[in-house]
Ligand binder design. Structure first.
Ligand code: PRX
Length: 573
């Protein structure tokens, strides 16, 4: 296939000359954009909300347009300041202090944003959880982080094993008729009574404020800790990459349970005082186009899975909507197929810009910018101020067009600062001297564009969500019929990958279709819907190493009809 290169389009982007910026850029210049540069008082929630609420030119600007099937609301920066202050007062009055972990487990709603920012104003470390998580997923994250408080809704409370979590002291509930006692607090009622004034707790730039749990190939999900300093890079990339400007209306479709939904669903837009759209509820093509039209969205950040689902809804549908204000579209989370870019050009007359980064990197790393030509299928080029390279396992930089480990020179502003309670795991990312090794394989072409090739490890990317095979396998093993389980990602045209489980049943159990359904439901209800295997295959026995580890690469080779490679470590008794 001939590679498609699309010329630059935006007239006046924030990053006008990429090569020039790479040569001259210095992160210390960005620090001057923040109030703390003068005052020494650091808090990302202050920079995202209060500074704009306190400035006459932005105080009455819309910060948040929120809608779902039942609600339609808008809040100015000044109102956001008041609401987050109210939440902060309630959280602080309940005894939450600097450094305490406060988890947020609820569907998108204005209250989610008030509580999350309010807790950050108190100095807490927030842990956003995706609303689809079931009990086991919630428990393991609250346990690992020793969370002291949780903000949730009355509908989700039954998935929180409060009594089994000894560190969990306070549960703030959003709902009607909340029964209050020493543990449970009616958040809305208390917010109604609370003051709109709050003295934000000032932090150090290197103090933690958010913990995102994310999956690896082994073990439970890891808590990736980010510090207030992340704001420097989220702010700068909101300008360079999202290209946000004063009059933009911006919509990031990601849920705040994932890093995109906080980094670029909260901080990127609000650090730059941009009007931000949040749409609650589930995906539907009509609903999404309506949202773009209703708010006259100008900058839109979404994911390949969503674009592919919109594509399959047909090109007639999109023509019914007035999307004339849309000027910049971006994508993240999985490879952006050239076919999707072509579709974007056809229906929106815009190029879709791919962006690559990870929970661990905290902000954009390799991107396509409005000012540069796009090579369809490439992730783009590193942002000015970071160094990305393709290295071999010894840390040698490889020449262009050679596939290897995608790595970043250690020490960029948004880099994770810890894996919660797991120094060993944290260190494992930095084993090659001076480099952060991403776990992705890629190559760089002779023009400096990076091309994603796949994960080096077994992590599954399904619909843009990262699922650790180990967590799914562990859940499968809890099912009474399952003796052994191995889980892989199987390529899928819409979801990128789907989860496929190979299962060996206990002796005497018959492998029926009903049993498959039962196993699927078991994972769905125990872990999360997106972690349930879409395909299950029964096998008498699974390939394992002599030390008992499931050999997922062999499962993958079976599935894809590929050579199985070296089987010397396989236990073939
Ligand atoms: O494999 C890469 C894939 O998503 C991983 C990071 O997942 P997560 O931490 O959940 O963050 C997702 C969004 C920040 C990466 O290691 N990935 C992310 N962006 C891209 C991508 N794969 C291909 N192309 C991308 N643009």
């Amino acid at each position: 296939m001939k590679m498609q290169t699309l010329p630059p389009k935006a007239d006046n982007p924030n990053l006008k000359d990429y090569d020039e910026a790479v040569k001259n850029f210095d992160w210390s210049d960005v620090e001057k954009e923040f109030t703390w540069h003068e005052t020494g008082k650091v808090n990302i929630a202050h920079e995202a909300i209060d500074r704009h609420a306190d400035a006459p030119e932005t105080a009455n600007k819309i910060a948040l347009y929120y809608s779902d099937a039942e609600r339609e609301e808008e809040y100015t920066f000044k109102q956001m300041k008041e609401m987050t202050n109210k939440a902060a007062n309630v959280i602080k009055d309940a005894g939450i202090e600097k450094g305490d972990r406060v988890f947020i487990f609820m569907p998108r709603s204005p209250e989610l944003y008030f509580a999350l920012l309010g807790a950050i104003k108190v100095g807490a470390i927030v842990g956003p959880l995706f609303e689809a998580f079931m009990e086991e997923a919630v428990r393991s994250r609250l346990e690992d982080s020793e969370a002291k408080a949780l903000v949730t809704t009355s509908d989700l409370l039954n998935r929180v094993p409060v009594k089994e979590l000894p560190h969990l002291e306070k549960v703030f509930v959003v709902g009607d008729d909340v029964k209050e006692d020493d543990t449970y607090i009616d958040l809305l009622k208390k917010m109604d009574e609370a003051s709109v004034e709050f003295d934000t707790v000032w932090m150090g730039r290197e103090d933690g404020f958010i913990l995102h749990y994310t999956s690896g190939s082994t073990g439970k999900p890891k808590g990736v800790l980010h510090v207030h300093n992340v704001m420097i890079q989220q702010y700068q990339t909101a300008k360079w990459v999202l290209d946000l400007k004063e009059d933009d209306v911006y919509w990031c479709t990601a849920d705040p349970g994932w890093v995109t939904g906080t980094g670029y669903g909260i901080f990127g837009p609000w650090l730059t005082a941009t009007t931000n759209v949040v749409r609650g509820g589930r995906f539907s093509p009509q609903d999404w186009y309506e949202t773009l039209e209703r708010y006259q969205v100008s900058v839109w950040y979404s994911a390949p899975t969503a674009f592919r689902m919109l594509m399959s809804a047909g090109n007639e549908l999109v023509k019914k909507y007035d999307l004339s204000n849309l000027r910049h579209i971006l994508s993240v989370g999985e490879p952006l197929n050239p076919e999707v870019i072509r579709w974007g050009e056809e229906v929106f007359d815009l190029r879709i810009h791919d962006t690559w980064w990870m929970t661990e990197t905290g902000a954009h790393m390799i991107c396509n910018y409005p000012s540069m030509a796009i090579k369809a299928g490439s992730m783009g080029k590193p942002i000015p101020g970071i160094k990305a390279a393709i290295i071999d396992d010894q840390g040698n930089e490889l020449p262009p067009n050679r596939m290897g480990n995608l790595a970043i020179r250690k020490g960029w502003p948004a880099m994770m600062r810890a894996i919660w309670n797991n120094q060993e795991k944290y260190d494992s990312y930095f084993e090659i001297d001076g480099w952060y090794v991403s776990g992705d394989s890629a190559y760089m072409d002779e023009d400096g564009y990076f091309w994603f090739q796949g994960r080096v490890d077994d992590v599954i990317m399904t619909s843009g969500e990262r699922v650790g095979p180990f967590e799914v396998e562990s859940k499968l093993l809890e099912h009474p019929a399952v003796a052994e389980a191995g889980v892989i990602g199987k390529p899928d045209p819409v979801r990128g990958e789907i989860i496929k489980a190979f299962v060996a049943l206990r002796p005497g159990v018959e492998g029926t279709d009903e049993l498959k359904e039962d196993i699927r439901t078991f994972v769905k209800e125990g872990l999360a819907a997106h972690a349930a295997p879409r395909e299950i295959e029964f096998r008498d026995k699974l390939p394992k190493t002599r030390s008992g580890k499931i050999m997922r690469r062999v499962l993958k080779a079976w599935e894809l009809d590929l050579p199985t490679g070296d089987l010397s470590s396989m236990d073939d008794d």
